[in-house]
Ligand binder design. Structure first.
Ligand code: FE2
Ligand code: FE2
Length: 408
């Protein structure tokens, strides 16, 4: 007939000390018994008893030595530990931060803080001060796929562009136009970098795919700033002009406090318009470096636009009244910019000249027409995206017409 002592789990540490990882074996044995349950620990380390005593006090367990009933003859010198209730109490108020496998929760609890989605969260940690903690306000079902695509599509500015390609054949005045465009692009890219970084810093990390996507978006813009600056300086500088009106237009984007409205104004309307601009510059690029940098940026921008449209459509789909909020944001921005020039006139002229390719009157006419066609394509693209979000066609046309003359 088995004795009561035979039921007590045993763990032998051999000569392993508690100060070199032995506690892992003791913990593992204790995990198999409930509070008040006992575990027999044996070992040859000279300080085993001393260390176990201190470790048990720290963990809320108790040394149950001296209870001879629990010891076999072979266990003389063994240590008996009685499991405390500390661990049970520690996790009493714990809850899962949503589910790791499933979609993110509709509402992320600030008390989850920085815990991984799906982690068991011990109560009592510092809450996270995130502004955006509701799924509808930040989410799009396409976000995980867009993040994966963005991570796979990161390119190295040092090698993705053939910086040694000749630009000597570009006539000096066309080169100045290119430099002016690059100067303008850099200031727009800087705004486009700051906005996702700002949204990211106020986002609850429970929506980690959106957080990751915004991080890749900011990294994309950092590369755009780099390659446009580098192309702008390739012929020896200096850079072109920065207009007060252009910067005023960008400033209205930087101060937009709402996540979706900022994403809408920047990505749907601004970057959507920039996709056409970058395609135009790629088509009319007078040299291979300009063609490369605009092609690479265009590829990234398409993802930024895709998220902006998908997220805005997602929210408008669940709250049709939100279209009114978006409409007012466009009208507000238009009113704020009414007294500014909008697009830097030197940028407009530079676009005409790049498309013309020379100062011949017939070429200038073609360049002028190409820029008018570009503006029409931009308008058409904005109307298409506004319709995809849920605006009726006539409203999409009205709102597109109110978009900033600065393009972004
Ligand atoms: Fe960009
Ligand atoms: Fe962008």
């Amino acid at each position: 007939m088995p004795s009561a002592a035979a039921a007590v789990p045993r763990v032998d540490l051999a000569d392993l000390g508690l100060d070199e990882g032995g506690h892992l074996l003791v913990d593992r044995a204790l995990a198999g018994v409930g509070p008040g349950g006992r575990v027999t620990v044996t070992g040859r380390h000279p300080a085993l008893r001393l260390h176990l005593g201190a470790w048990c006090r720290e963990r809320g367990h108790r040394l149950a030595d001296g209870d001879a009933a629990d010891l076999n003859a072979a266990d003389l010198g063994a240590v008996i530990i009685e499991k405390g209730r500390g661990a049970e109490r520690r996790w009493a108020g714990a809850e899962r931060a949503g589910s790791a496998a499933g979609p993110p929760d509709a509402r992320a609890d600030p008390r989850w803080g920085l815990a991984a989605r799906g982690a068991l969260v011990e109560a009592g940690g510092p809450p996270i001060g995130a502004h955006w903690s509701e799924r509808e306000h930040v989410w799009a079902d396409i976000a995980p796929r867009l993040y994966a695509a963005a991570a796979a599509a990161q390119w190295d500015p040092a090698t993705a562009v053939d910086w040694a390609a000749p630009i000597d054949a570009v006539p000096p005045e066309i080169e100045r136009a290119v430099v002016q465009i690059m100067t303008y692009l850099v200031e727009n890219e800087q705004a486009a970098l700051i906005i996702p970084a700002r949204l990211l810093s106020a986002l609850h990390p429970h929506y980690r795919e959106v957080m990751q996507l915004l991080a890749t978006q900011a990294a994309d813009e950092a590369r755009h700033v780099e390659v446009f600056t580098r192309r702008g300086l390739l012929s020896g500088g200096p850079l072109g002009t920065s207009s007060a009106g252009g910067r005023a237009s960008l400033a209205t984007l930087l101060t937009e406090p709402d996540f979706t409205t900022a994403s809408f104004l920047l990505s749907v309307l601004g970057e959507g318009t920039f996709v056409d601009l970058l395609r135009f510059l790629h088509t009319h690029a007078p040299d291979p470096v300009t063609a490369d940098v605009t092609r690479l940026a265009l590829r990234d921008e398409a993802r930024h636009v895709a998220f902006g449209v998908a997220h805005t459509a997602h929210l408008a789909g669940s709250d049709p009244g939100y279209l009114g909020t978006l409409r007012r944001s466009v009208e507000r921005r238009h009113a704020a910019l009414q007294d500014t020039a909008g697009l830097n006139a030197e940028v407009f002229d530079a676009l005409v000249l790049i498309a013309a390719g020379s100062w011949q009157p017939a070429a200038i006419r073609r360049g002028w027409q190409a820029v008018r066609d570009l503006q029409a394509r931009m308008d058409e693209g904005r109307r298409r995206r506004l319709a995809a979000i849920g605006f009726p066609d006539h409203e999409a046309a009205e709102l597109s017409a109110l978009h900033t003359r600065n393009f972004m």
